[in-house]
Design a protein around this ligand. Structure first.
Ligand code: HAM
Length: 429
């Protein structure tokens, strides 16, 4: 195929074989969020570039080198959203839904775009499910966000494979004091830092903490600790969160180097990580961003949220063999009809079946065909039963119900009794 007709590198088609697992995953999360009282919001995929610069931060990797930014026909600079928080805050502000201290518990789902180096678990178009809560400032809601993900991991059967890492970044004032101390410490060791960290020391020094470079890691030994610079309020908040996680029995690891790649965080930050996916092990991440709404022109409004990467969680389900068998079957019964009269009768019968059994997944053969070819298609569809309408069945006003997965002999069932027969047999299959 010519190059122009291929998908863009790092942007994947999700093929019909894969969509049942996606729908299972998305449905499981959506059901859980309903249970916890979150409401869905849908934002556009494209926003003004300025929105992301102002919220995520000018000197973050995302804004510096990963955004898909282009000029609109009327000269506006637009960007494909690299994440959902900025747009969610923008929408909340624009529609005044957080005004007067109104609590909002929102969630969203959809594609995000970052021009990163594609590899397993890291793509240029990827999908997130994200949550954002506004106007609740206590650690109780931070805890709720973590508790509900903990419940999700159990529902998906992956609880044993993920670990919760926690940190507190404090307020911007306390972080500012810490930043000064860190810069002083690292400036004295400048020649031991890798090039990227030397640059970050000037632009975003806290990011030096999560360097992968061994020499820089060695230079960080004995560096000032963020925890020692926390203000009392942040410290109490963090203790409150930990107490709640302890009360529910959720294990966690305090990771003082967890600083996150977006600038808007304050106080709580957390990541759920797995060691089962290689280097792209963070499946869900977030934190508190109490200053963001004000920074974007609104009244001071506490906020906290997280987003999970759907591709990574799907990969994890597959890696751990946690794909439920029940989602593999997409067709319950496949109707084969031979001859024109049988085809017409079959069509009418199918519609009656759909009325009687609204959840039945019934595929009607299209394109006619011989016995052999229709059976082949029935089998390939994955159906439990083939329904057969030929001359004999037409004469007797019955349907042959032929098990395709080895569950007994073919039975001939009267048209009027077919719905009832399938209701019990398909449910059992
Ligand atoms: P983030 O850490 O940039 O946070 O992304 C959240 C999650 O999205 C990651 O943990 C990962 O699972 C997934 N993800 C990120 N980039 C990629 C990629 N290139 N390919 C595949 N998956 C990826 C945020 O986006 C924040 N908006 C989260 C948040 C919400 N904080 C507060 N509220």
């Amino acid at each position: 195929m010519s190059k122009s007709l291929q998908a863009i590198r790092g942007m994947n088609d999700i093929l019909p074989e894969q969509t049942p697992l996606w729908r299972y995953f998305e449905g499981t999360v959506a059901g859980l969020l309903d249970n916890y009282g979150y409401r869905q919001i849908r934002m556009p995929i494209v926003e003004f570039t300025e929105l992301f610069k102002r919220s995520i931060g000018e000197v973050t990797d995302i804004v510096e080198k990963e955004m898909y930014t282009f000029e609109d026909r009327n000269g506006d600079s637009l960007t494909l959203r690299p994440e959902g928080t900025a747009a969610c805050v923008r929408a909340a502000l624009e529609h005044g839904i957080t005004g007067g201290g109104q609590v909002q518990k929102l969630w969203y789902m959809g594609p995000m775009f970052r021009h990163e180096r594609p590899q397993k678990g890291r793509y240029r178009q990827f999908h997130q499910i994200g949550l954002e809560v506004f106007n609740l400032e206590g650690p109780d809601i931070d805890a709720e966000l973590i508790i509900l993900t903990w419940r999700l991991w159990a529902a998906l059967g992956i609880r044993d494979a993920v670990t919760l890492e926690l940190n507190s970044l404090g307020t911007s004032e306390s972080r500012g004091r810490y930043r000064e101390a860190l810069v002083e410490f690292l400036t004295a060791r400048l020649d031991q830092l890798d090039e990227d960290s030397q640059r970050r020391l000037k632009t975003n020094p806290l990011r030096v903490l999560d360097t992968k470079d061994a020499n820089t890691q060695a230079a960080l030994v004995g560096a000032p600790q963020l925890a020692d610079y926390l203000d009392d309020d942040s410290r109490t908040h963090f203790e409150g969160l930990k107490a709640r996680l302890d009360a529910v029995g959720i294990p966690y690891v305090i990771n003082p180097k967890l600083v996150r790649g977006l600038d808007y965080y304050s106080k709580t930050v957390f990541e759920w990580v797995t060691d089962k996916l290689g280097s792209q092990g963070t499946v869900c991440a977030g934190g508190r961003y109490d200053g963001l709404v004000e920074q974007m022109g609104g009244k001071p409004t506490p906020g906290v949220g997280f987003a999970m990467g759907i591709e990574r969680l799907i990969l994890l389900l597959e890696t751990l063999d946690k794909v439920p068998e029940s989602i593999a079957r997409q067709v319950d019964v496949y109707l084969c009809a031979f001859g024109e009269a049988a085809e017409l009768a079959g069509l009418a019968l199918s519609e009656r079946l759909r009325d009687a059994l609204p959840s039945l997944r019934l595929q009607v053969n299209a394109g006619a065909g011989s016995f052999k070819s229709q059976f082949k298609k029935a089998d390939k569809s994955g159906a439990l039963y083939a329904l057969i309408l030929g001359d004999d069945e037409m004469a007797a006003q019955t349907v042959g119900v032929k098990p395709l997965r080895g569950q007994g002999e073919q039975q001939n069932i009267a048209w009027d009794a077919l719905a009832e027969h399938l209701a019990t047999h398909v449910a059992q299959g």
